[in-house]
Design a protein around this ligand. Structure first.
Ligand code: GLA
Length: 701
């Protein structure tokens, strides 16, 4: 305990902690530091003196600020002892450090609360912080708040990029200076929700795609979060991230402990793309289950926007025929196959195949699908029950409810109480029976309502969900799972540690998807981001778009189709089939390489590149009509500046824009250009018309 400083060195990030009067402080977070750097000098160089309107000994911005100490911001820890509010005074009592982890133990003498704050090195530019609380006293302790991370923002952070959203409109980003107040973003629906408050970027004012310092912060938790960006009157910024608790939800008896979820902290001094590289690489190597052994991501056809509830064996077999004919590899039967579910008001919980739709069960359909060379996937929503279901009639008390009160529904459904062992066992048995009886390669695991009435069970329900998925995966490890919650309502790294992909949005309109996927881009690798070609007009926005545009946009993710090929024109089907073939040819690059956002400044222009060693594929898309015919040149990042590349515009070309392309033969054969030229000067492409997308294929010579 004699030391005053501790450093945690990652490959691309370093944190330096210091002893303060109470909890440890953070004096440095950023790029790797020279091992010889004098930490005491850094502490002095970064410290500010006291000013007039402060306590005589101002409390430092620590990793566990508490109230009532002269600290004027939002506390990271608030507890009630024996039901009454207390002022805490946690004192550092122990520090454990090994090469990759540092753990600080603090004790509060009055309540006996023992708090452990842990930071560890996870991937090249990623540190992971978490916390736990043990009741070492003799009174029950009620936890009102324990942040997983209370981060005093480094001085170079002047801005945050935060997210908001709604159903079919996830991840709308907004960049703001650190406010001189608190900017809270909590979720209260028992899941992260569409609002994206569990994701945050904190950065220098002018951090761009390729330059500048930036932090990415994410709470890996699938329940409610409490997130806060707070600036004080002196211009110092802080972030609090943790799970949001209802008072009374977590009450620790003497000897009991409570662990909060992890926060994943990414750092880059190479701008947003550097951070994206760090975060998505981390997801691949440290979050996803067995990512290194994944086979290529198969092209899905999902029945939802093709048939909706209007399904039966014959219709699905016909859809499967048409799917196979355009190159689909996995056939997914969405909602509507079970119980009496002919619309969304009934039968959740009755996970048995509907004999009306499938007189001989699912096997004939699965055999048909397999004969066509595809594997089979199925939609389920296991956490739910419809009041109009056999399950509910048999066990009306199995849903989360307030005894004697109304049971308010959302989408006509209620939430099962997974904390009850018999309920979780029942759901597990139902899913196990399905997976054991049929060759099912993939489950789309949906979750379509918020958690209410609140009965102090949000946190425990989330843990019960994890236990359920973990038990199912232990019995059926080969089955891939997608996390869907009416689209992107439950996307987080805790879910991703159990899943193979996420449904990024219910909105398949390519214009909206370009924006939504731009929001997910820094955090999710392309291979987990479900991205489908929907019908035209789009059922959510009503907008009509050309197949060429829809298909190109859907290639940059885990590609699928959510439309009926029989409802397309011959030309549209041919275009779709051509793009599915392109996706298969390039998915090794898209899913194995690093993906970067292209630095395009004009509104309405979106671009991305995936680079995998010798090969790269880029997309550049225009959503609206350009102000100038000479649209911005497309500069390609992520390439080796010294290498020469053959750069081709990959066909099929966008129907309207192709007429404005000069020297078509040369673009078809490929131009030989250096990585340096491509990064600095870029390509002049016909990007004038709305709903135009070009694919650029790049191969090292
Ligand atoms: C949710 C999902 C959709 C679809 C429907 C089925 O809304 O997000 O993709 O599966 O449920 O009811």
């Amino acid at each position: 305990m004699a030391e005053r400083y501790w450093r945690l060195d990652g490959e691309d990030v370093c944190a330096v902690f210091t002893r303060t009067s109470g909890a440890p402080g953070l004096i440095y977070l950023g790029a790797p530091l020279d091992p010889a750097e004098d930490l005491d000098a850094i502490a002095t160089a970064s410290a500010r003196g006291r000013h007039e309107s402060q306590a005589d000994a101002p409390p430092p911005l620590s990793l566990l600020p508490v109230g009532g100490t002269g600290f004027l911001g939002t506390p990271a820890l608030e507890i009630l002892a024996d039901g009454r509010g207390v002022t805490l005074d946690p004192v550092l009592t122990d520090i454990r450090q090994d090469a990759g982890e540092i753990a600080f133990t603090l004790k509060d003498a009055r309540t006996g609360a023992e708090i452990e704050l842990t930071w560890c090195r996870a991937s090249a530019g990623i540190l992971v912080a978490s916390a736990s609380l043990r009741n070492g006293g003799d009174m029950p302790l009620t936890v009102a708040r324990l942040a997983s991370l209370a981060l005093p923002l480094p001085g170079w952070v002047s801005h945050v990029t935060r997210y908001s959203g709604r159903w079919a409109g996830e991840m709308r980003s907004e960049t703001l200076p650190i406010p001189r107040a608190a900017l809270a973003h909590d979720s209260r629906g028992g899941r992260p929700g569409f609002g994206g408050g569990n994701w945050l970027l904190a950065h220098e004012a002018d951090a761009g795609m390729e330059h500048g310092r930036i932090l990415g912060l994410h709470l890996a938790w699938s329940g409610d979060h409490a997130s806060l960006v707070e600036g004080d009157a002196d211009g110092r910024g802080r972030v609090l991230l943790g799970c949001r608790l209802d008072i009374g939800e977590i009450v620790l008896a003497p000897g009991e402990s409570f662990d909060v979820p992890e926060v994943h902290i990414g750092f880059s001094d190479r701008g947003r793309n550097g951070l994206r590289h760090a975060m998505t690489g981390h997801v691949r190597h440290a979050v996803l289950p067995g990512r290194a052994d994944w086979p290529p991501r198969r092209v899905h056809l999902n029945s939802w926007e093709a048939l909706g509830f209007d399904m039966d064996e014959a219709k699905l077999m016909r859809l499967a025929d048409d799917a196979a004919a355009i190159g689909i590899e996995r056939f997914v039967v969405d909602d509507g196959w079970f119980g009496s579910r002919r619309d969304d008001r009934t039968s959740l919980g009755d996970w048995t195949v509907s004999p009306d739709l499938f007189p001989d069960g699912l096997d004939p359909l699965i055999a048909h699908v397999e004969k066509l060379g595809m594997d089979f996937g199925l939609w389920v929503e296991p956490e739910m029950v419809s009041p109009d279901s056999d399950l509910y009639r048999a066990h009306p008390d199995w849903c989360i409810h307030k005894p004697g009160a109304d049971r308010p529904t959302q989408r006509g459904q209620l939430v099962l109480d997974l904390m009850r062992a018999e309920v979780a066992d029942h759901v597990l048995c139902a899913l196990d029976a399905l997976l054991s009886a049929h060759r099912i390669a993939y489950l789309k695991w949906d979750h379509n309502r918020d958690l209410f009435p609140r009965t102090l069970k949000g946190h425990a329900q989330t843990l019960a969900l994890y236990a359920l998925i973990d038990r199912l995966r232990a019995v059926h490890p080969a089955v891939e799972i997608e996390s869907c919650a009416s689209g992107g309502g439950r996307i987080d790294y805790a879910m991703l540690s159990r899943c193979h992909r996420v449904w990024a949005s219910d909105n398949n309109d390519p214009i909206e998807r370009l924006r939504i996927n731009t929001g997910w881009g820094p955090f999710l690798p392309l291979e987990v981001t479900g991205n489908h070609v929907g019908p035209s007009p789009n059922p959510v926005t009503g907008r009509r778009t050309e197949m060429d545009f829809r298909a190109k946009v859907a290639m940059f993710g885990h590609m699928g189709v959510e439309a009926d090929p029989a409802a397309m024109t011959e030309e549209e089907r041919a275009s779709l089939a051509a793009h599915l073939a392109l996706y298969k040819a390039w998915r090794g690059v898209l899913h194995g390489g690093d993906s970067y956002a292209l630095d395009l400044r004009e509104p309405g222009l979106f671009g991305q590149i995936a680079v995998d060693g010798e090969k790269a594929l880029a997309i550049v898309a225009r959503t609206d009509f350009a102000a100038d015919f000479n649209a911005e040149r497309v500069r390609l990042c992520g390439l080796d500046p010294a290498a020469i590349y053959r750069v081709r515009l990959i066909e099929p070309w966008p129907p309207k824009a192709r007429h404005y392309l000069p020297d078509r033969d040369r673009w078809r054969d490929g131009l030989l250009l250096s990585g340096a030229y491509l990064a600095r000067e870029g390509l002049a492409l016909p990007l004038v018309h709305p709903e135009t997308a070009w694919l650029i294929g790049i191969e090292k010579q």
